[in-house]
Design a protein around this ligand. Sequence first.
Ligand code: AMP
Length: 420
Amino acid sequence: MYKAPRGTVDILPQERAYWKYVEEKAAYLCQLYGYQPLSTPIFEDSQLFARTIAGGTDIVDKEMYTFEDRSGQKLALRAEGTAPVCRAYLEHGLFNSPQPVRLYYFGPAFRYERPQAGRYRQHHQFGFEALGDAAPILDAEVIEMTWRFFLLLGLPRLSLHLNSIGCKLCQPGYIEVLKQHYSAYAAHLCPDCKVRLARNPLRLLDCKKASCQKIAETAPKITDYLCRECQEHFQNVQKYLEALGIPFQLNYRLVRGLDYYTRTVFEVEPQEEGGQSSLGGGGRYDNLIEELGGKPTPAVGFAAGLERIILSLRKQKVAIPALPKPDVFIAHLGERAKIETIKLASRLRQAGIAVIEATGDKSLKAQLRQANALGTSYTIIIGKSEVESQSAVLRNMITSEQKTVPLAEIARALEQGQKA
Ligand code: AMP
C-alpha cells in the first residue's frame, strides 16, 4: 500500500472548509490593502534559494529539495515564497511600475524537516510583499496587515514580536560583539550552535535549547548597536504601530530563519506556546533584489503557514462556515426513470442547482439513506408512475413535506423553495 510521503498530508474534503475560510480571509485582506495576486512556479533554479536564503541556514544546508532535470539543470522545489516574487519582479520589469509594487501569493513550500505537529515537509504559505520602497510607513502597513489578518481569522490570543536586525553597515559590528559573547561559552553550546557561531552567528539568538537560551539572555542587544539610520527607521516603525494601536512586543532575540532580512523583523505567535510555534512572520529585505541582479530595491513582506493557522483555529475552537452541500438528491426506480433522472439532473445543473443522482439499481430505502447522509435539502423521487405522468415526487428533507410536481416545473419549484 502506498502512503503519502513522510511529512506530507492529504487535505480531505472535510478539512477544506478551513482552507477555504483562511484563503478567503487572506484574499479579502489583500484586496483591502491593494495587494495583487501573483503565482510563481513550484520549482525554480536552485541557486535562487541557495544564494538568497544563504548558507549557514538550515533551509539551505539541510532542507532543500534539489534535483537535476533531464537536461542537467539544477532545480529546487520552492523553499519559501519571497525569492520567487523578487525574481518575478525583476523578470517582468515590475520596477518600471509605480513603487511600491504590492503582491500576494499562496502556494506550497518544501523543506526536508523532521516532521512533527505543525511542521511538515510540504506546507502551504500565504504571503504578501511590498517591493520598491524603503519608507518605515510601509513596514507599519505590512505589520498592521499581518495583525488584521489574524483578527479577521478570529484568532485573538496572539503576540506580535518586533525587532530590528540592522543593515550592512551596523550588523557586522554587532555580529563581532555577539561572537565574542558566545565564544566565552563555546564549550557549552549545542552542536548546531557551534556551527552557527562559525557560520551564522545571528541565529545563535533563537536557538530553542534551554542551555543556549541562557547564554542568549545575557547576550548584547542588537538595538544598542544600530546605526543612526536604522535606529531612526525602527523608531518610526514603532511610532506608526503605536498610532495604529497594534500591540507589539520588542524582542531583541528575534532574528528569523532566513538570511536576507535587514532592519525590521517581526513574528506572530500564539500566547500559550513556546518559540517553535510561529504562525507567521516577515520583515524588510533591502538587499535581496540587488543580490538577484537588480538595482538596489528595498522591500518588506510577510508569510504565514496555513497548516499552523488551521491547527490554531481548531485549538481555539473558532467556528468555520461549512462548505456548501448539494441542493438535491435524485432517487429513481427502473430503467426509464434512470433516463429521466440524468436528463433532469442535467437541466437542474444548467439552472445552477447542485444535484447528486443515485447510480445503479439500489432499493428506494438505500437511496433515501444516501440522501440523508449527503444532507441535501431536497430529494426527488422518480418511479414508474412518475415517468408515465412526466412528474416527480419532491420531498423537502427538512420538513418531510412531499408533493408531486411536473418534471418541467421542478427547477422553478426548487428555486421557490430555496427562496422561502
Ligand atoms: P518562513 O518562510 O520560514 O518565514 O516561514 C513562514 C511561516 O511558514 C512560518 O511562520 C510557519 O507558520 C510556516 N512554516 C515554516 N516552515 C514550516 C513547516 N516545515 N511546516 C509547517 N509550517 C511551516
